[in-house]
Ligand binder design. Structure first.
Ligand code: NDP
Length: 299
């Protein structure tokens, strides 16, 4: 039987609608408007599209959106000064510095300058430490989106074997921490893993976050497993080499025949990232004002 397709586009729309409902209630009850500030340095086309989408979806959710677009040559000290200003601004509840930053800027220094309570990307070392010690943190958006989809599809994740392929700070490691937090038995695989096929075949939950097109074939997937494909890879279109198309890290056509459920690319994990950014901004606003956190929108 073919797998259930986990529709991230529809799921993300539901999350955004939930956020918008909470935002409207916050405005009505407390006169509060959650605010998200995005800092974009340079002209990277993919980052520009991404930031434009963030701005649009922030406004649609009823939140305030603040954009700081800086020239690629902006000195690090000026970027840090903007972060300081946003840290001190009570109308700003979430701060996101779009990565990658130009080569002359120390990304870690900039990220770690953000007030951890406003670090809606969850990349500040304090949030990494809080997450890994099971405390209340700001959680990175992409893994949070994956967790929401897993919980929604599987319910209780407790005791399941989860394999995360990829150990980046942005996806792999926080994903593994979140699965551990939900009492999965977690394996993190990477480029030095000796028998990746056998490791993947043991997974009830298989999360692929590698960045290699269609690297994981269907015969690495345990029958009935839930497969979350985080990869976004642009490859030549098979029917027209002048065009490109997006594929994941999982070979969808073979995996869909074996898995119990699977996220497609595009339309799977991708749309969840901005939805979770909005959710994190709402959470940050609630925490900053001593209000209860929105249910179902946090880890
Ligand atoms: P990184 O390049 O930072 O990390 C890739 C990881 O994959 C590394 O840990 C690496 O291992 C591992 N890896 C590489 N080759 C192999 C291999 N042959 N076998 C096993 N493991 C391997 O990538 P990211 O985590 O940032 O992103 C991963 C993918 O997710 C990308 O396609 C990216 O575009 C996508 N992505 C999607 C998002 C979204 O949906 N919104 C958000 C973020 C990322 P090692 O550490 O040993 O080198």
């Amino acid at each position: 039987m073919a797998a259930t397709i986990l529709d991230g586009k529809a799921f993300a729309a539901t999350v955004r609608a939930q956020v918008a409902t909470h935002v409207a209630a916050l405005k009505a009850s407390h006169g509060l408007t959650p605010g998200l500030a995005v800092v974009l340095v340079g002209e990277d086309p993919a980052s520009q599209v991404y930031v434009r989408n963030k701005g649009k979806q922030t406004a649609e959710a009823g939140m305030a959106s603040f954009e700081h677009k800086l020239d690629a040559s902006t000195p690090e000290a000026d970027i840090l000064a903007i972060v300081d200003k946003l840290n001190a601004d009570p109308a700003v509840h979430g701060i996101l510095v779009q990565l990658p930053l130009p080569g002359h800027v120390d990304s870690a220094k900039v990220i770690n300058r953000i007030d951890p309570a406003k670090d809606v990307d969850g990349f500040h070392i304090s949030n990494v430490g809080l997450l890994s010690t099971g405390q209340k943190a700001m959680v990175p958006c992409t893994p949070l989106g994956c967790l929401m989809m897993l919980r929604s599809h599987l319910g209780d994740l407790s005791g399941l074997n989860a394999v995360v392929v990829g150990r980046s700070n942005i996806v792999g490691k926080p994903m593994a921490q979140l699965l551990l937090g939900d009492s999965c038995t977690v394996t993190i695989a990477h480029s030095r893993t000796r028998d990746l096929a056998a490791t993947c075949r043991a997974a009830d939950i298989l999360v692929a976050a590698v960045g290699r097109p269609e690297m994981i074939p269907g015969d690495w997937v345990k029958p009935g497993a839930t497969v979350i494909d985080v990869g976004i890879n642009r490859v030549p279109h098979p029917d027209d080499p002048a065009k490109t198309k997006l594929v994941g890290d999982v070979h969808f056509a073979s995996a869909v025949a074996v898995a119990g459920a699977i996220t497609p690319v595009p339309g799977g994990v991708g749309p969840m990232t901005i939805a979770c950014l909005l959710a994190n901004t709402l959470t940050a606003c609630c925490r900053a004002n001593g209000l209860p956190e929105p249910e179902g929108l946090t880890a």
